[in-house]
Design a binder for this molecule. Structure first.
Ligand code: HEC
Length: 129
């Protein structure tokens, strides 16, 4: 294989590793729920940190005026995303929106807990008109 070829392969492997966060000698797997993610303690975190924008039911807090407005956490758009995608969204936030990066104030474990709670908000979808 040419030098250029093997460099390309190496780059692809590195990009894959960092992009997907596969668990690999010390690199934590941040793509799937860890054992013991707890929606009950997640609810507490949600009430303390997320409710002021996302509202008690996840559909958005009353009277909040943000552009773009907080995502409706019960919507299929959000609920159909992969666990790892939502984890990253909460961890890193979304640039140029009010959705901040929570990695500074929440541990990975706490983010999984709060995400476990967010998943429970989607269970009732379809019941609303
Ligand atoms: C200051 C207001 C604010 C707070 C507090 C906040 N969010 Fe958000 N959040 C937003 C906004 C605004 C968006 C929509 C961004 C966009 O348009 O995609 C959003 C989007 C999201 C999304 C959807 C991302 C996607 O894939 O579309 C998730 C999940 C989410 N927030 C979870 C949380 C959780 C969990 C917390 C608490 C730890 C939290 N948010 C706290 C404002 C907030």
């Amino acid at each position: 294989m040419s030098i250029t070829g093997s460099r390309l392969v190496l780059c692809a492997v590195l990009a894959g590793l960092s992009g997907l966060g596969f668990s690999n000698s010390g690199v934590k797997d941040l793509t799937t729920f860890p054992k013991g993610a707890d929606p009950v303690s997640g609810r507490e975190i949600y009430v303390n940190t997320c409710i002021r924008c996302h509202g008690i039911d996840g559909k958005g807090a009353l009277g909040i005026k943000l552009v773009p407005s907080p995502a409706d956490l019960t919507s299929p758009v959000v609920q159909d995303r992969l666990d790892g995608t939502l984890f990253r969204r909460i961890h890193e936030g979304k640039p140029n929106t009010a959705m901040g990066a929570w990695k500074h104030s929440l541990s990975d474990e706490e983010i999984w807990d709060v995400l476990a709670y967010v998943r429970t908000l989607g269970v009732e979808r379809g019941e609303q008109p």
